[in-house]
Design a protein around this ligand. Structure first.
Ligand code: GTP
Ligand code: SPV
Ligand code: MN
Length: 610
């Protein structure tokens, strides 16, 4: 069927001729039956259409449930590629391939693959309007999946106005998503047909073979992280990182601090960004949310490092989200918020949703309950009785505006000045609760050597320990040596430098229990960091940073098990010496790593002794 692309775009008031050219070209490739231009105002109608078609189900008052294909429930790192025309762009983690080869491959896969479907044209902006980084933020996603459109409307600013007023009409990211025949793509086999490609030097994203999360919502990770980090490096102007962004206000002194932080996927960014002060400290401290997954950072006119969240929503891990761990998240997905739950357990009769950790025990009455694959829980054979009801990477999607502690200035185009940058992963041993780092090169070194136990957010890697530089390993778009140099250059331009810290909420005792209660209590470590920056505490110096003295941490209202605090604040020198050997191998993979980074490594190794 031949669609009159120009007539559709004309009708929709989409005037940008470069956008039209792009839509025409890819419609010619994938061959949809219909084309529709989407604005945020279309949400209600699209929801109704998805409900009518059974693509989503009702999950309470203005809440929705969706299930993705059971082999399509997480990002696939092996199938993700960064392509350019310059072989020097190959890094250790970006799975670089030649642009020409990948464009030909994807064009082949996409040819005719949207036949019988509607192609949605979704113009978007990954920035608050008016941002100094706005020109890197405009994009147009094409997708043949209506459910994906619902997610895009929640996760990014969507509307034709974002591409019609462009300073240069040609400067927007071309983001093409074709779902493909999910049941015949050989996911996870040697015949895997999926390809998730960012052609970074052409600002073109071509994703084929998924309708899930970071594989399909191209503004988020493909543009917001891979493309943007490449643009930030190529322009020399900014950094785009998988970081949360929050503010802490001390109501007594009126001081306000902004903290950005990189934790690998499924390691607590959403939880920390949405955190409320623990009850005992709530009268004095207030935490505000800016972002939970992506922060773009640049040097402001006053010489400080500024940051903003380019996203418009939250795509958060459902597991263990409840009133105690994350009350703010629970509010942001309450009735009336138009949230979408994906791959959680669903009750087809009562329309309730449930996931592991939502309540201590699953619902007692199994009637109507389906697990994330859609199988009735009541019919489970005995040997599957203990299987999770929800997929471990099941998620909720909601807009920022639903987050009750969203900062009033979250969309201020000037961004916010960053006082501290923290790194943290899931580490059972070695890492103390917090260690502060005052030197920029040492902070960058710490980010580059961030290590974590792998999580369910990426297929097939659960349980393995791996390095995840700055939490960007799955999103790295250019060589790691150049990445480190770019960080040092930008931070070198700042006059008032952020303090760095490494945090770990996941330390375990010998019997496996968490040493630290985590969640809302994590604020206590950050308060210490801010005091250290102010100079009101001094901490205890160690070869790997400054740790709190036991009496410097505010533990009001918190009962820790005896001995646990000691372990949380102690550096295990033997484990650290062993770690330095691993780090040496890790860093040696990266050609062109700046000498300043190696100097930090040698200094720490020397101080740890042998
Ligand atoms: P992505 O969205 O994948 O990038 O992940 P994220 O870093 O935003 O992870 P998120 O905050 O959603 O946390 C993932 C999991 O970690 C959830 O199951 C949380 O319940 C758990 N978690 C978060 N914070 C803590 C903590 O302080 N302690 C413990 N023990 N678990 C935590
Ligand atoms: C992550 O995996 O780090 C996410 C979710 O934030 S996704 O959008 O699926 O990449
Ligand atoms: Mn993430």
């Amino acid at each position: 069927m031949v669609v009159d692309v120009d007539a559709v775009l004309e009708d929709a008031g989409l005037k940008n001729e470069k956008v039209r050219e792009y839509v025409r070209y890819w419609a010619g490739v994938s061959g949809p039956d219909r084309i529709e231009v989407v604005s945020a105002e279309d949400d209600e109608r699209l929801i109704a259409e998805c409900l009518a078609a059974g693509e989503i189900q009702p999950a309470g008052d203005e809440l929705y449930f969706s299930r993705s294909y059971f082999k399509d429930t997480a990002r696939s790192e092996e199938r993700t590629i960064v392509a350019t025309s310059n072989p020097d762009d190959e890094g250790v983690y970006n799975r670089w391939r030649p642009a020409a080869e990948m464009k030909a491959k994807l064009t082949g896969l996409m040819t005719g693959a949207s036949a019988g479907k509607t192609m949605y044209v979704v113009p978007y902006l990954m920035a608050p309007p008016g941002s100094p980084l706005e020109k890197y933020a405009a994009g147009v996603q094409l997708t043949d999946n209506r459910g994906v459109v619902l997610h895009l409307i929640r996760m990014s600013r969507v509307g034709t106005q974002y591409v019609d007023g462009l300073e240069d009409p040609d400067v927007f990211v071309r983001a093409v998503h074709v779902t493909g025949d999910l049941e015949n793509l050989g996911q996870g086999t040697p015949e895997d047909k999926r390809y998730f490609v960012t052609v970074a030097d052409e600002r073109t994203i071509l994703h084929f073979g998924s309708s899930y999360g970071g594989n399909a919502l191209l503004g988020k990770i493909a543009h917001g992280l891979r493309q943007a980090s490449y643009d930030g490096w190529a322009s020399g102007v900014f950094l785009a990182e998988q970081f949360l962004l929050l503010a802490i206000t001390d109501k007594e002194t009126g001081q306000r601090y902004h903290i950005a932080g990189g934790f690998p996927s499924a390691s607590g960014k959403t939880n920390l960004a949405m955190t409320l002060a623990p009850d005992a400290l709530g009268d004095r401290y207030h935490v505000e949310f800016y972002g939970d997954d992506i922060t773009w950072m640049w040097v402001g006119p006053d010489g400080r490092l500024y940051g903003m969240n380019p996203e418009f929503g939250v795509f958060g891990v459902a597991k263990d989200t409840n009133e105690a761990t994350n009350p703010t998240a629970m509010d942001s997905i309450a009735p009336g918020t138009r949230s979408i739950f994906t791959n959680v357990a669903y009750n087809s009769k009562t329309h309730e949703v449930w996931w592991e950790g939502r309540t201590p025990e699953p619902p007692a009455d199994l009637d109507g309950w389906l697990d994330w694959k859609g199988e009735p829980i009541a019919d489970r054979p005995a040997d599957q009785a203990g299987d999770p009801w929800a997929h471990p990477n099941s998620r909720f999607t909601t807009t920022l505006a639903n987050v009750p502690n969203l900062a009033g200035d979250y969309a201020d185009p000037r961004g916010v000045p960053i006082d501290a940058i923290i790194f943290g992963g899931r580490t059972r041993d070695r890492e103390p609760l917090i260690r502060a780092i005052t030197d920029v090169a040492e902070g960058v070194y710490d980010g580059l050597t961030l290590g974590a136990e792998a999580t369910f957010a990426a297929d097939g890697l659960d349980g393995q320990l791996r390095y995840d530089p700055m939490s960007m390993r799955p999103f790295m778009s250019y060589p790691e040596g150049a990445y480190a140099a770019h960080w040092l250059t930008l931070l070198g331009q700042t006059t008032d430098k952020p303090i760095f810290a490494h945090v770990n909420w996941f330390g375990r005792g010998a019997d496996g229990h968490f040493l630290w209660p985590g969640y809302r209590e994590n604020l206590r470590a950050l308060l210490w960091l801010m005091q250290l920056r102010e100079g009101t505490v001094t901490g205890v110096p160690t070869p790997v940073g400054i740790v709190p003295a036991a009496d410097e941490l505010n533990l009001d209202g918190l009962a820790l098990e005896p001995g646990d605090l000691d372990r949380l604040l102690t550096i295990d020198t033997d484990r650290w010496r062993q770690e330095m050997g691993f780090r040496e191998e890790h860093l040696a993979q990266f050609p062109g790593l700046p000498e300043e980074i190696w100097a930090v490594h040698r200094r720490i190794t020397g101080e740890l002794g042998d």
